[in-house]
Design a protein around this ligand. Sequence first.
Ligand code: TUI
Length: 307
Amino acid sequence: MKTKITELLGIEYPIIQGGMAWVAEYHLAAAVSEAGGLGIIGAGGAPASFVREQIQKAKEITKKPFGVNIMLMNPEADQIARVVVEEGVKVVTTGAGNPGKYMAMWKEAGMKVIPVVASVALAKMMERAGADAVVAEGMESGGHIGEATTMTLVPQVVDAVQIPVIAAGGVADGRGLAAVMMLGAQAVQMGTRFVVARESIVHENYKQKVIAAKDIDTAVTGRSTGHPIRCIRNKTTREYLKLEKEGATLEELEKLTLGGLRRAVMDGDVVEGSVMAGQIAGLVKKEQTCAEMIQEIMAQAEELLKL
Ligand code: TUI
């Protein structure tokens, strides 16, 4: 399937893997790229030296293009923004902020720049700043989210900008891919389904929590602090929401979730850790290789789109 995004990125299929903190390390990114999508290494909150190592390791196991996602709240975001240039990364995506101050440097280096946005306003600003495409991410997504749903955000961003739009949030199969193409997207970015990929290094407990999740099993914490985060419900989300209702301070709330994603992903602490996942977790039923996932999604979407 050829779209403006497969052409822009030189990939076979319009499927991009989300740059999930801790989860999207080089094995997963390389596997998705090898399978014909675009794999992405998620810098998350990691130091710049770690991100450089991840890029170098990915280059050793795939010759296909891959990207790096820079989470802009990372205290080392400035350094990581330079590391991706120095390492010759072809595609950079950003999240949780406005990457405007890095755009000129990245464009000068010939990189493809694809900010993740949760609003029409930021999409337009990014287009003016020289972005090659945007990911329009709906609040069905896991992790740090905005307010608009994928169904409402994607067509509004498509109408507001000339550059290609990648949809994210709520897609885990070929029906979802076909649906967002109907909304005008040129590709999809998926996270939650790739969490349970065979090549994903996340702890087995985390994978099983995603596989066991039903439609209404996620919760959004942090709406009151301005940092809404979607996770699978557990002891910590319940505690957090209770404290939030009682008007707890930011300090008290942060104490509860500090390092929680790392604990869930690496140590398998899915009771007290942060099990970030999207609402579509209910549709994700089994572990498969990235290649199997991508082949299945493409076959289903192509069948639907030719009708
Ligand atoms: O960035 C994400 N999702 C994430 S980042 C993340 S790492 C983390 N870990 C622990 C605690 C907090 C975060 C987990 N999930 N998605 C992309 C995204 N960006 N969603 C929403 C936004 C966004 C929100 C506001 C982008 C820009 C923005 O405002 C820009 C501005 O400053 O005007």
